[in-house]
Structures are given as C-alpha cells and as structure tokens.
Ligand binder design. Structure first.
Ligand SMILES: [Fe+2]
Ligand SMILES: [Fe+2]
Length: 166
C-alpha cells in the first residue's frame, strides 16, 4: 500500500522534527552534565533516545508500506540555557511544536482521507499529551519546591529518579 505524496511529505517532515528533538535533548543533556545536574543529564539522555525511537517508528511504518522514508539532516542544536528551569521550559516549547506537527498531520489524514496512518498518528497524539504533561509537571516543581540552589538540586534528584520510568 502506498501513501499519498502529501502524506509522505508530512511524515517525512515529522521525522525531521523527531530527529531534531533527539539532537536537542542530546545537547541539553550535555549542558546538564557539564553544569553539575546529573539527574537532568540522565533524564535528557533518555529523552534523546525516546525521540530517536519515535523517529524510527515513523521510518519503519513508511518503509513497511513500501514508501521509503527520507533520512534528514538537521542543523546543529544551539542549546545555551540560563538555568535548569530555562532548559526545561525550552524542552516544553519543543514538545509543543512537535504536538502541533502531529495534530496538523492527523488533521491531514482525516481530510485526505488517509486511514492507514490514523492509528499511528493517534498513538503520537496521545504520546504528546504525555510528553507535555511530563515537562509541565517538572516545571511546576520550581514553583512548589523553589529556585534556590538546594531546591534545584532536589529537582535534579527528582529528574534522576524519573529516568526510565516514563
Ligand atoms: Fe517524540
Ligand atoms: Fe517528545
């Protein structure tokens, strides 16, 4: 079974976003690692792997339909946050842009219609709810625990204990 050109382009574009997200988190993890946030580093390295798995999910889906996915090149990420909180805000914004792409692609699938991709895209839509909630919950901890050194160290510990439990 083939995909329409329009859907092929949309899925290829989304593959690019997942790869860019993976590279963003890899860079973000590196920032944490050199800034003394070991929990944040572990959390974001795992997040980078998760985004790569998302990319692979779409690549394999397309290839299984006989439409070879395009493997993108993405620009070098430029991740220079002012703080751990700022980095996590950037992460949430990143997730929000991925959500917008999934929602647009899902709308396109209904409009065309292209039913073969709906299951896949609904899985991603649900996953994005989870992704945004995850970062919103961490960001909320800066309000509840605080922003001084000890509070941020505590939040870093929470990130360490959240790794792998997603
Ligand atoms: Fe993703
Ligand atoms: Fe994500």
């Amino acid at each position: 079974m083939k995909l329409s050109d329009e859907m092929t382009t949309a899925l290829n574009d989304h593959i690019t976003l997942e790869l860019a997200a993976s590279q963003f988190y890899l860079s973000a993890a590196g920032w944490c690692e050199v800034s003394g946030y070991d929990g944040g580093a572990a959390y974001l390295y795992a997040q980078a792997d998760e985004e790569r798995a998302h990319m692979l999910k779409i690549i394999k889906f397309m290839n299984s339909l006989g439409v070879r996915a395009a493997i993108p090149a993405v620009p070098q990420p430029d991740v220079n946050p002012e703080s751990l909180e700022n980095l996590l805000s950037m992460s949430l914004a990143n997730e929000q842009s991925v959500t917008a792409s999934i929602n647009n692609t899902l709308s396109l699938a209904y409009k065309l219609p292209e039913y073969s991709v709906i299951d896949l895209l609904e899985w991603f839509a649900t996953e994005q709810v989870h992704e945004e909630t995850k970062f919103e919950a961490i960001l909320q901890k800066f309000d509840t625990i605080g922003r001084d050194g000890l509070a941020v160290a505590e939040i870093d510990k929470i990130l360490a204990s959240s790794t792998g439990g997603e």
